[in-house]
Design a protein around this ligand. Structure first.
Ligand code: AMP
Ligand code: MG
Length: 516
């Protein structure tokens, strides 16, 4: 056995851990548990055979006023595995519905998760602490309520990478192995992820009550969501319309960020669409390497519904489902159905422009264009078109453009990514002419570009290698290293080249799996 103790540098030594903390203090609030009984099912996590902490997010713990030493203590690990209910916790499985690949399922719910409670972050935001993979609930349908170690570590790495990249996302606080097997196609080591989210409210949570025509519950849920995520709008004239508009705005910005990083969520069902505007439920997600707007990784996304280039459309579709669910509240707010519909449509119409503005601004930053000029859009689209035709690596192209922005000598690196380097040269000539009209110094421009163009993303083959080592040999070294690398995505760091290069053909990951 070769499991690392959690970040030994910043937690207690093993001997201290044995004796540390008779209690683990979360200071949980349970505001969701105060909502009516039909919002959830009260259920404790199901204990596991042999809990073992494989990773603790020390920094995140501290930012939530949680004591990493307490969490890493035997008692803390029991809590993180679901073997013990923490003081003040009222574990719940949340009820929700959802459209899965366009098909409505009136009841999904937390089939393998327990909300333990809510804690207050140092930023005064309230966060859910949730165990994922913690045993069956009333919502498990035919599932076992469990998670395999691979998908748990994948969510850990990718969600932490997204956070470091500056994308709103749920976070990973801890990963624990269970000492039990879960049975998928084969027997796999089981694990529990402790997830942190601004909330676990989803579009599907609203659909759950709307589908039952339970307008009072929909209102209670909306009021809860507003108080939690959008408190400033509670006193406005039409809070529900404003609420819809705010969720739409956050998702337009969120999906624009995904697009700017080459991130493909993979399963943008309405039950995976968060009301807080965070990236939620990392399943078959992946960062693409060669730029391809039609790129799909998920093995179950046969129609390409959630392909890279369809993500804005999919998000808008999901937000229409939210608007439909809120419609009865609009009718009450507006007095009649016609103006309610008009309000919903007005809010929904803001998605496209908001997304386009964010995407455009993002690509301009990525190309070092600070001054806004006619023709910039064409320059951006021209580059993307050439990248697609030439199979250029998305991340590296933009990162190496930071060097090319200083001097034409930097072109060598970018050219090497294009099947036909001449295609890049043609574009670069126009880009240089355009950069001549900028006012900042070349060095400043490159430095700014480096804050928009990461060097390190969790490349699929590296993620797979880390997961394979962890699952096959209980060796967490690659996982730890990759996590460290992607936690500082914008920094040049020596000796890490192998993390920057795209997969060789034989390493290339073509498909990802939901892992449920
Ligand atoms: P996901 O694909 O993880 O977003 O999950 C979709 C739905 O299936 C949610 O209601 C989950 O709670 C449920 N689910 C996924 N995996 C399991 C499992 N192993 N056991 C029980 N329910 C599950
Ligand atoms: Mg889900």
């Amino acid at each position: 056995m070769h499991m690392r103790s959690p970040d030994a540098s910043s937690t207690a030594s093993p001997t201290e851990l044995q004796t540390a903390g008779e209690s683990v203090s979360f200071n949980f609030k349970n505001t969701y548990a105060r909502l009516p009984e039909n919002f959830y099912s009260r259920v404790n996590p199901t204990p596991v055979a042999a809990p073992r902490l494989v990773k603790l997010n020390v920094e995140l713990a501290r930012s939530l006023a949680l004591d990493p030493e307490e969490l890493a203590s035997p008692r803390g690990v029991e809590i993180l595995a679901g073997n013990r209910v923490a003081e003040g916790s009222e574990p719940l499985a949340l009820a929700y519905a959802g459209h899965q690949f366009g098909h409505f399922v009136p009841q999904l719910g937390d089939g393998r998760a327990n909300l333990l409670g809510e804690v207050l972050g140092a930023n005064a935001v309230r966060y859910d602490i949730q165990l994922k993979g913690s045993g069956p609930t009333r919502f498990s349908r035919r599932g076992d309520g469990r998670a395999a170690l691979g998908p748990v570590l994948r969510e850990y790495i990718v969600s932490e990478a997204m956070a470091a990249l500056g994308v709103p996302t749920t976070r990973a606080l801890a990963a624990v192995t269970t000492g039990e097997r879960v049975f998928r196609e084969t027997a796999l080591p089981g694990a529990v992820l402790t997830r942190v989210a601004a909330s676990h409210l989803r579009v599907g949570t609203f659909q759950y009550f709307a589908a039952q025509s339970d307008t009072e519950a929909t209102r209670k849920l909306a009021d809860f969501a507003i108080a939690r995520h959008y408190p400033e709008i509670a006193q406005t004239q039409r809070p529900y319309k404003t609420f819809l508009g705010e969720v739409i705005a956050r998702h337009a910005e969120l999906v624009a960020q995904w697009m700017l990083l080459g991130f493909i969520h993979g399963v943008m069902n309405t039950d995976n669409t968060s009301i807080s505007g965070e990236t939620l439920d990392y399943g078959p997600c992946a960062f693409m390497e060669a730029y391809d707007p039609d790129k799909v990784f998920s093995s179950i996304d046969l129609q390409g519904r959630y392909a890279y280039g369809n993500q804005p459309h999919a998000a808008h579709w999901n937000l229409i489902r939210l608007a439909e669910s809120l419609l009865p509240l609009f009718v009450q707010e507006e007095g009649n159905e016609e103006s309610a519909l008009a309000s919903a449509n007005e809010a929904l119409a803001t998605f496209g422009p908001r997304f386009e503005t964010a995407r455009r601004a993002g690509f301009r930053r990525k190309l070092g264009l600070m001054v806004d000029q006619d023709g910039d859009d064409a320059l951006i689209e021209d580059l993307l078109g050439r990248m697609a035709t030439n199979g250029a690596d998305f991340t590296l192209t933009f990162r190496r453009l930071c060097d090319a922005a200083i001097a034409p000598e930097g072109d060598i690196g970018v050219r090497a990514l294009f099947a036909d380097p001449g295609s890049y040269d043609l574009w670069a000539a126009g880009w240089r002419r355009r950069l001549d009209q900028e006012f900042t110094s070349r060095q400043d421009r490159a430095a700014t570009m480096r804050t928009a163009n990461p060097l390190f993303i969790p490349r699929n083959h590296l993620v797979e290698a880390a997961l394979d080592a962890a699952m096959g040999r209980e060796d967490f070294k690659l996982f730890e290293e990759l996590l460290d690398v992607v936690s500082r995505p914008y920094e040049d760091r020596p000796h890490l080249e192998r993390y920057t290069t795209p997969a060789a053909p034989e390493q290339s990951v073509r498909q990802t799996f939901c892992g449920t």
